[in-house]
Design a protein around this ligand. Structure first.
Ligand code: PRP
Length: 180
């Protein structure tokens, strides 16, 4: 374990099991549909890569990069598109794949933005959710784990771009790094 990381909240075994379950559920729900999974860079990369391999239905992937956090621990509430989708989603069944929903501001913005492109359906799958932190309600169809209001890293989630490579989710103690 990395020296400055705190308690392991979700082990790699727990992640693997839950992602298998999510994959089965999504495969059932999207049978016969035209699924496009939209990964939200950068945090969702690890999750979407594992989730994708649990799907038993045809699907495509595309990516968007947005930024609302910069290097600080709290959302600025300002969402910027850094990279848009490569392909059209009009008439398609879109599943946004997120690593975490915190305030909900990023997802709220993304859903409004993507809905305006007239997809046939638009749903969300998030590995983690922190309900206590919500500032705007967002409908999450598939949730991996509800977690308490602690700062977490690993399995794609970062602090100042570090820790994404951990194969588990761990808390990051407030005093382990300077709060930017
Ligand atoms: C994280 C996460 C979500 C967003 C959730 O992204 O991946 O996109 O914050 O927070 P919210 O619900 O408060 O809006 P971040 O901006 O940290 O970028 P990253 O994915 O590149 O790490």
């Amino acid at each position: 374990m990395a020296a400055s990381v705190g308690e392991v909240l979700i082990s790699s075994e727990q992640l693997e099991l839950r992602i298998q379950e999510l994959g089965s559920q999504i495969s059932r729900d999207y049978a016969g549909k035209d699924l496009v999974m939209v990964g939200v860079l950068r945090g969702a990369v690890v999750f979407i890569a594992d989730l994708l391999r649990q799907l038993e239905v045809p699907c495509e992937i595309d990516f968007m990069a947005v930024s609302s956090y910069g290097s600080s621990r709290d959302s600025s509430g300002v969402v910027r598109i850094l990279k848009d989708l490569d392909d059209s989603i009009t008439g398609r069944d879109v599943l946004i794949v997120e690593d975490i929903v915190d305030s909900g501001l990023t997802l709220n913005y993304l859903m409004r933005n993507l809905r305006a492109r007239d997809p046939a359906s638009l749903e969300v799958c998030s590995l983690l959710t922190k309900p206590e932190r919500r500032r705007v309600e967002v409908p999450i169809r598939y949730t991996g784990f509800e977690i308490p209001n602690t700062f977490v890293v690993g399995y794609g989630l970062d602090h100042a771009q570090r820790y994404r490579n951990l194969d588990y989710v761990a808390s990051l103690p407030e005093d382990s790094v300077p709060t930017l």
